[in-house]
Design a protein around this ligand. Structure first.
Ligand code: ADP
Ligand code: MG
Length: 267
């Protein structure tokens, strides 16, 4: 189906990307991410996961194919700042305090000063950094900087989040807490998430669908259903729900399915 509309968060059609004359990073990518859907990209290092995300964010131009974001051309969606981004590098502005960094996208969206500060403070609490609001980014550890970047991405409650190994620098406990928080926030705001990870359990626990990619040139070899826990009617998703998933048999089955798909892609 090629009809692009507002209920499709991201639609990639025949997307390929070649760097220079010879480095074919992506080939023939067809993928649609529905509104509110959580989709992970997983594959060996160098298979084009970051490139794919950068193409969606209009930070790279595809060599072939088309990209639509929320029914708009990728470029228009970037200009309108329709999505939040959290990439491997936190990319914070050193001359602004932590809370001012989180406020930045709200500023761009024209949110009034007091509401900006309230929202940013609430998000810093969420990522456990309320005490560091007035600090400069360089005073924080790498993991803490990454949590600031995640808070910043979430601030305007975007309908789409693009995340490239955002939890890679975090210790295991913080990582699991952030995973549960991300699921809660995505559920609460109805945001779609396109999420790059090289952790199979992380992809499975978070996702509606796990997209498995082949070694370069990156192609989609398989799509496996993930185990994303959802809110039940009027009951908010709690960390325990995520914990239950990690201990369930369907979780282990999905992890095995993704691992086998990755192995097949390597043959
Ligand atoms: P992944 O995120 O899956 O590890 P990347 O998307 O970063 O992979 O890279 C895919 C391939 O494209 C790699 O071979 C990488 O070296 C190459 N590549 C990525 N960005 C560039 C660039 N700006 N110029 C040239 N080659 C690039
Ligand atoms: Mg990458």
């Amino acid at each position: 189906m090629n009809t692009t509309n507002n209920s499709t968060a991201v639609e990639l059609t025949g997307v390929g990307k070649t760097f220079g004359a010879t480095v074919e990073a992506l080939q023939g990518i067809d993928l649609a991410v529905g509104a509110g859907e959580f989709v992970s990209l997983i594959g060996p290092s160098g298979c084009g996961k970051s490139t794919l995300l950068r193409v969606v964010a209009d930070l790279e131009q595809p060599t072939t194919g088309t990209v639509a974001v929320g029914g708009k051309p990728a470029r228009q969606a970037r200009i309108d700042q329709d999505y939040g981004i959290a990439f491997q590098q936190a990319g914070l502005l050193e001359w602004r305090s932590v809370v001012e960094n989180v406020e930045l996208p709200l500023h761009v969206h024209g949110v009034a000063k007091q509401q900006r500060r309230e929202r940013a403070t609430e998000l810093l609490e969420l990522v456990g950094l309320a005490d560091f609001a007035a600090s400069r980014p360089s005073q924080l550890s790498g993991g803490m900087q990454q949590r600031v970047a995640i808070a910043r991405a979430l601030a305007p409650r975007p309908k789409l989040l693009l995340m490239d190994e955002p939890f890679g620098a975090l210790d295991e406990m913080t990582r699991e807490r952030m995973q549960a928080e991300l699921l809660r926030i995505a559920g609460e705001t109805g945001a779609a998430v396109l999420f790059v990870t090289h952790s199979i359990p992380e992809a499975v626990v978070l996702s509606d669908r796990v997209v498995v990619m082949s070694p370069r040139p990156g192609r989609i070899t398989e799509i496996v259903d993930g185990c994303r826990p959802r809110d039940r009617e009027s009951v908010e998703l709690a960390p325990d729900d995520v914990e239950d998933v990690r201990e369930s048999s369907r979780f282990f089955a999905a992890v095995t399915a993704v691992r086998e798909a990755l192995r097949k892609g390597h043959e």
